[in-house]
Design a protein around this ligand. Structure first.
Ligand SMILES: CC(C)(COP(=O)(O)OP(=O)(O)OC[C@H]1O[C@@H](n2cnc3c(N)ncnc32)[C@H](O)[C@@H]1OP(=O)(O)O)[C@@H](O)C(=O)NCCC(=O)NCCS
Length: 209
């Protein structure tokens, strides 16, 4: 209860007198050097650097780090202990589990050995989830609403709606927007509890409008 009250007070402090909606919240032990989206929250010991882009309604968990050049779209959940580096692009509504690891250098060396640095990007598309302690090797694209199992090591692009596990991560199942497993019939058609219809064709799942 105390934490909730503190949060409410901090949010109120960020409201201008004309605004009806609150701006964003930074825990008294967090650091936020960028202006971030309304309703977003930066928790204790989390650090958002300047020139990082963080959209509205995001949650940046305790001990996380958002580097200059990183992009976090609207409505993302970043759990504790996650670093979002320059070159990492999270579209909206992405979930990143605790201690998941992103990378942005394919062949890393200490600067004293090789001062050249080639930034390699990673894109995580809308609605995707990354399990706890998963590692995402840079240069990959994680498709819409895909799900990465806990501890997986992603080395290749992940198709939309795929559930991948293991090291290296392989497709294990297909999941709906909300994350239930999809059961396809002989025609490659599946429906979810919300009435969405999915088609599996050539190892690709898409929603049929
Ligand atoms: C992958 C996951 C979604 C479960 O998928 P599932 O198909 O329901 O898996 P099941 O529990 O039926 O297990 C199927 C097999 O996969 C294995 N398995 C399950 N999760 C696994 C994982 N993350 N990595 C490797 N193997 C895994 C199981 O041990 C089982 O193996 P077996 O057939 O040899 O017994 C789940 O285990 C997971 O990793 N969720 C992410 C949790 C998380 O990180 N949350 C973050 C917020 S706290």
């Amino acid at each position: 209860m105390i934490a909730t009250e503190k949060r409410t007070n901090a949010v109120k402090r960020n409201m201008s007198s004309e605004e009806k909606t609150p701006a964003y919240f930074v825990h008294e032990k967090g650091m936020c050097e960028s202006v971030i989206g309304a309703g977003s929250r930066v928790w204790a010991h989390a650090h958002v650097m300047k020139n990082a882009l963080v959209g509205a309604d995001c949650n940046i968990g305790e001990g996380s780090f958002v580097e200059s050049g990183a992009y976090i779209g609207t409505g993302c959940t970043i759990k504790n202990g996650v670093s979002i580096w320059d070159g990492v692009h999270l579209e909206g509504e992405v979930f990143v589990g605790p201690n998941a690891v992103f990378t942005n250098d394919m062949m890393p060396r200490a600067k004293s050995v090789n001062p050249e640095f080639h930034l390699v990007q990673t894109v995580v598309k809308r609605g995707a989830s990354i399990g706890a302690n998963a590692t995402i090797v840079c240069g990959t694209t994680l498709g819409e609403y895909c799900m990465i199992g806990a501890g997986a090591v992603v080395t290749k692009d992940v198709p939309a709606f795929a559930l991948v596990i293991g090291n290296p991560a392989r497709i294990h199942a297909w999941v709906s927007k909300k994350g239930s497993k999809l059961q396809f019939d002989a025609n490659g058609i599946a429906t979810d509890d919300d009435g969405n219809t999915y088609k599996l064709e050539n190892n690709t799942v898409s929603i049929i409008e």
